[in-house]
Design a protein around this ligand. Structure first.
Ligand code: NAD
Length: 490
């Protein structure tokens, strides 16, 4: 074992921190060193079965769903627990996720922990009942009201790229809304979820069974969670292909679904824009967590007459981009999560070349980093808008440059995708930029460098990027049912 990172190796089932059935564990590998840093409990289908049963009982037989005061207290306790251990969790996160430590001061740790407080504040002021007043439908005098109630048992299935952010953006609003939850994290980042389980068990009053955490090396326990009839809603973040499987599995029992899936977002530069600023913006994005972000703008859509200028600006920016050891605060990019992911990204670069693209920068494994799953910041130019690398999510630090012939053509390129998660547009004329933003079919878009990541802003996708919204009031209400009540005689 390379180091003694603060973590946990147990599942949380029915309020108890326990090993997996049979005591099996699996290795947790640091993607920057390729060293095993410890193990996680390898939850089985029996463990998952027990966790779902515990969540069902906690929802059906305790006052969790009706006791708002208890929930506010517990959510605040969870934030305090994370804050108490923040520095220990930071070191564990860098080792497990391979993200640069700089990112843990933002979206990899600090921001999602701060966002827990936003949910507690919302819970305190949330109006659970809307009074619609009196009407006389079919001659019956009725006083109508709409009541919001928890959905029930939530299965939360999460990926590895921003594990704290995604675990917390699901678990916290789901619990705050009065649901009980079974969390199944990705096999690559089990400790982020096990830490959450440990803090809940040891440092909050969240009752047994309300949150259960089942780490596992097997995707099968995720499939089990998405099919179990005792689960009312599945909240899933991951690839579009797995999202499709989750939808299919939930169909038999008509589960509610909340899906955050893949993306292939466009960064559109209009012909009057400041190219240097645009290049800096897109360079920062494509290297953020080595391109392993669903909303990262990986298509740089630039005016044809300024294409060479744009390529020059972005390649010179990326050529000197600091990357390597993620524990070094001066590095702004770390490795990919695992060898298979690195090889997949290298395969896409080869495919790009095969389909006629030119590698203007990078394109391989960095010679100066012999261990760790690194890929060089890469720029592919001369890319056809229909090419595989322009259409499929690469999930690595690979930027494709596509030339456009005017504002509407840029919009058409951006919308020429099965995805619709995010995007960006820059122009010296804000009205032109707004007009383009309005025509791009995505769930979020940044105009002239704006930032939408904050706890009060809903995040999610159009088309095959998903169904529903995470964060904000909309993200909280994903976890609520709506009951219309009509009282006669009033
Ligand atoms: P993945 O789809 O391979 O796995 C996600 C989770 O699903 C993991 O916990 C995995 O164990 C589980 N899983 C796998 N097969 C399953 C099945 N048949 N049934 C139920 N669960 C199953 O995704 P990943 O590789 O972990 O993450 C990368 C993907 O996630 C990318 O496509 C990325 O765009 C997407 N993502 C989307 C968002 C968003 O908010 N839209 C955010 C982060 C990541």
């Amino acid at each position: 074992m390379a180091d003694d990172f603060w973590h946990d190796e147990r599942l949380l089932v029915d309020g108890k921190l326990v090993p997996a059935r049979g005591g099996a564990t699996f290795d947790n590998v640091n993607p920057a060193t390729e060293q095993v840093i410890g193990v996680a409990a390898d939850g089985t289908s029996e463990d998952m079965d027990e966790a779902i049963g515990a969540a069902r009982r906690a929802f059906d037989a305790t006052s969790w769903s009706s006791d708002v005061e208890l929930r506010v207290r517990c959510v605040r306790q969870l934030r305090e627990a994370f804050e108490r251990h923040l520095e220990e969790i930071r070191a564990t996160t860098v080792a497990e996720v391979g993200c640069p430590v700089a990112l843990t001061h933002g979206p990899q740790l600090a921001s999602p922990v701060a966002a827990i407080g936003w949910v507690a504040d919302l819970l305190e002021r949330y109006e659970w009942v809307t009074d619609l007043g009196v009407a006389e439908p079919f001659g019956q005098r009725s006083h109508r009201s709409v009541h919001r109630e928890a959905v029930g048992v939530v299965g939360a299935i999460t990926p590895w790229n921003f594990p704290h952010q995604i675990n917390l953006a699901k678990v916290v609003p789901a619990l705050a809304a009065g649901n009980t939850v079974v969390l199944k994290p990705a096999p690559d980042t089990p400790w982020s979820a096990a830490i959450l389980g440990r803090l809940v068990a040891e440092e909050t009053d969240i009752p047994p069974g309300v949150l259960n955490v089942v780490t596992s090396s097997s995707h099968g326990v995720g499939a089990q969670l998405s099919a179990d009839p005792r689960v009312d809603l599945v909240s899933f973040t991951g690839s579009t292909a797995t999202g499709r499987a989750v939808m299919t599995a939930g169909a038999a029992t008509i589960k509610k679904l909340f899906l955050e899936l893949g993306g292939k977002s466009a960064f559109i530069v209009l012909d009057d824009a400041d190219l240097a600023a645009a290049a800096a913006g897109v360079a920062f994005q494509i290297t953020a967590h080595a391109g392993q972000g669903c909303a990262i703008t990986s298509r740089f859509v630039v005016p044809r007459q300024r294409e060479h200028e744009a390529i020059e600006a972005v390649t010179s920016m990326l050529a000197s981009f600091p990357y390597g050891d993620p524990t070094d605060p001066s590095n702004l990019m770390g490795p990919l999560i695992r060898a298979g992911q690195r090889d997949r990204v290298l395969g896409y670069i080869q495919k790009g070349k095969d389909e006629g693209a030119t590698v203007a920068l990078g394109g391989g494994r960095p010679a100066h980093l012999p261990s760790g799953f690194y890929v060089e910041p890469t720029v592919l130019t001369g890319v056809d808008r229909k090419a595989t690398v322009a259409q499929e999510e690469i999930f690595g630090p690979v930027l494709v440059v596509i030339a456009h012939d005017g504002d509407q053509d840029a919009v058409d390129i951006a919308n020429d995708s099965v995805y619709g998660l995010s995007g960006a547009v820059v122009s010296a004329d804000v009205d032109r930029a707004r007009s383009v933003a309005k025509r791009v079919r995505t769930g979020t878009i940044a105009v002239n460098g704006g930032g939408f990541y904050s706890p009060d802003v809903p995040f999610g996708g159009y088309r095959q990027s998903g169904i529903g919204r995470e964060m904000g009031v909309a993200g909280f209400e994903e976890y609520l049912e709506s009951k219309s009540v009509a009282e006669g005689g009033r």
